[in-house]
Design a protein around this ligand. Structure first.
Ligand code: GRF
Length: 231
């Protein structure tokens, strides 16, 4: 096993499908991050065999006290990286500052477009043809930190917010492990408010090109092709 695996804690509020994707990726001992814990602010969270701690807002008198309790839980897990995965609370500036460069988030849009909630509804209303998801370092501005990785998906004719959300979510489940891996390996670092990406030795042809966008577009095209030739 890789002794250097970065101890990672996932913070969730809800469904936890990205958490599940991270746990699945990290079940490979060669993956550079190890998921050592899950923290939820909701009591019904399931951590899938991973140590799970509920730190609910209602049990704490202020946002500061709540974030301090989360910080204590992270310390108890000896966390080195924090991955927000559908964590639905705004974190206090002190907490964000403390974890800056070591805390990442996934957002269901191609930032800087569509920050905030209801991204798929707004994407459809805007009539964009390409949508997607972003993993970024967390800073004190919501959905505003330096971008680590993005994945694009097409907006199809006839899409509803639900069908679009499902397509983006599939991309999220591939993108988030990829981005966490880059951060855990030190190939994506936050420096002076920007993401610095390592030059990939095995990517010589592409120079410093960024290799972290999976290609759901191609996959979908392949599936369509398959559908056409399959009786
Ligand atoms: C995802 O769409 C993520 O991008 C956003 O919240 C949603 C969480 O879904 N931040 P899940 O809990 O990971 O299933």
């Amino acid at each position: 096993m890789n002794a250097q695996r970065k101890r990672t804690v996932v913070l969730i509020s809800g469904r936890g499908s990205n958490m599940t994707a991270l746990i699945a990726a990290a079940s490979d001992p060669a993956f550079p991050a190890e998921i050592v814990g899950v923290i939820s602010d909701k009591a019904d969270a399931a951590g899938l065999g991973i140590a799970t701690q509920v730190v609910s807002r209602a049990d704490h008198g202020s946002k500061q006290a709540h974030d301090a309790a989360i910080d204590a839980a992270l310390a108890a897990f000896n966390a080195e990286i924090v991955a927000l995965a559908g964590y639905m609370r705004i974190l206090t500036p002190g907490f964000v500052q403390r974890w800056q460069g070591r805390m990442i988030n996934i957002h269901p849009a191609l930032l800087p477009a569509f920050k905030g909630l209801d991204t798929h509804v707004r994407a459809l209303a805007a009539g964009i043809r390409i949508h997607g998801c972003t993993v970024h370092f967390v800073t004190s501005e919501m959905d505003d930190g330096p971008i680590i990785a993005q994945a694009a998906v097409p907006v199809m004719v006839g899409d509803t917010a639900d069908t679009l959300a499902a397509r983006v979510l599939k991309a999220e489940h591939r993108l988030y492990p990829l981005a966490l891996g880059l951060v855990a390996e030190g190939k994506a670092r936050m420096e002076a408010g920007r993401t610095v990406l390592a030059h990939f030795a095995d990517d010589a042809d592409n120079g410093t090109s960024v290799v972290m966008a999976p290609d759901p577009l191609r996959e979908e095209t392949d599936l369509e092709h398959l559908a056409r030739i399959t009786p």
